[in-house]
Each structure stands twice: as C-alpha cells, then as structure tokens.
Ligand binder design. Sequence first.
Ligand SMILES: NC(=O)c1ccc[n+]([C@@H]2O[C@H](COP(=O)([O-])OP(=O)(O)OC[C@H]3O[C@@H](n4cnc5c(N)ncnc54)[C@H](O)[C@@H]3O)[C@@H](O)[C@H]2O)c1
Length: 252
Amino acid sequence: MTKEMNQHMTKSEQRVALVTGAAQGIGAAIAKELAADGMKVVVADINGDGAQTVASEIDGVAKTLDVSDPDQVSATIADIVSEFGRIDVLVNNAALVPLTAWEDISFEEWRRVMSVNLDGIYLVTHAVTKVMGEAGYGRIVNIASNTFVAGTPNCAHYVATKGASIGLVRGLAGELGKLGITINAVAPGIIASEGVLTGPHVAGFDFVVPMQAINRRGMPSDVAPAVAFLASEKAEWITGQTLVVDAGHTRN
Ligand SMILES: NC(=O)c1ccc[n+]([C@@H]2O[C@H](COP(=O)([O-])OP(=O)(O)OC[C@H]3O[C@@H](n4cnc5c(N)ncnc54)[C@H](O)[C@@H]3O)[C@@H](O)[C@H]2O)c1
C-alpha cells in the first residue's frame, strides 16, 4: 500500500501501528517513519508526557504503558482495539539499556531487565497476535541489538534479552506465518538516541565508529527505514529474520 493510498483511506481502513518505548530515541523515529508511510501510530511509553509530545507531532495516539505490567498491557491493547478495531503493526522497541559489569549485576537488576526487555515483548506480542490472527494480517518487528552479535561487555543481562528477542522471532515465525503474520528483528549498532547520549554508553562511539564501514555516529533516523520496510506489506516474504543495521560494524 502506498502512502497516497493510505492517506485516502477511511479510519477503518488505515493501517494501525503500535510502537512501544516511542517517547524518544529509536522508537520515536520509528513512530514518525510509520506515520509518514500513512499509518495511524499508537505511541506507547512508560513516559506518558513524552509519548503525548511525539503523538501530537504525527497525528498519532499516546498511551502511557509499562510493557512489563500485564494489566496495563491488556488494558492498552483492549483500548486500541476498541478505538480502531485493528492492530496491523507492532514494533517491540521499549527496553532498559544498562551498562553494568557482571559482578555488579544484582538479581534485582537482572530481573528488572528481563521483565522490561523480555517479559514486555511476551506480554505485548501475546496480546497483539490474537488481534492480528483474527484479521489474518500482521507485521511484528523486535528491536534487538548488534551487541548480541558483537558480544559487547558490561551489559550481559541486556545482551541476553536481545538474543532472546531474536530467538523469539525464529521460534515464533512458523506459528505466526499460518496466521498471515510476519515477525522479524532489527539489530541496530550504537545509535545517538536520547538514552545513549545522556548515559554511559555515549563513550562507545569513540571505539565503535572507527570499526564501522561508514564512519559517523548512527542516528535514530538511520534505523527507522529498515523497520518501516519490514512493517510494510512489501515485506510479505521475509519472516524469522534479523536485519543488522549498524553501518557495517559487525560484518564477519
Ligand atoms: N541506542 C542504541 O545504541 C541502541 C543500539 C541497539 C539497540 N537499541 C535498542 O533500541 C531500542 C530503543 O533504544 P533507545 O536507545 O532509543 O532507548 P532510549 O533509552 O532513548 O528510549 C527508550 C524508551 O523506552 C521507554 N521505556 C523504558 N522502559 C519502558 C517500559 N517498561 N515500558 C514502556 N516504555 C519503556 C523509555 O521511557 C524511553 O522512551 C531499545 O530496544 C534498545 O535496546 C538501541
């Protein structure tokens, strides 16, 4: 479906996309890209004010949502279905991005990272695939990370969740394919999101950028088009895959 076609559709025909963790960074860039492709985008984030700001820029809808909370997830999905009657695209983007040496990772921190980065994907995907399955159409994209390929140190819990999100894509594609749903992962390299720029990961640019085939800092807008393609009807024949989007940083 082209952008022009989508813009001329009635409310009930327009594709609806749910992007989690979309108040800033890569998620916000994805929300803007999908809106530019003509979709109605639900901007969901634990930061409700940030979600509202992004949603207002793209004629989208904001939802305050902690993806690790089962009750919030089921209520949010029910709200979207009652408002729009459909969810065509799900981008599982929300995550905690810690930098903690192995010996300092407490069980509490381990559980919190698992809860947001992995349980959150389970909860949202499990609810949304019911809706997509009934419609016989769906596109799901998990935002993983090239840290799973690179084996980046000092975030073993994070890397474990990103590997698991790729595992879920591979393990679930067969069951979802029968329902007309594709599921893929996009694995970015280091990106100048708000989260990275305001945290300890920012130091990573100094040694990662020289290893990239393209030697500049990656921006959220460098990742969003790959996600938008996998979220489009054109990507019908691609499922169970992981697309690394890291300017050639990892290219063995
Ligand atoms: N920036 C990078 O270098 C990079 C690289 C590879 C992968 N990624 C992945 O891209 C995604 C986005 O990263 P980013 O750098 O834009 O992050 P960010 O920290 O800038 O933004 C993350 C967003 O997720 C939201 N969020 C956090 N916990 C949440 C929860 N429980 N429920 C709902 N929303 C929640 C935050 O409020 C925030 O708006 C993540 O999955 C991250 O792992 C980022």
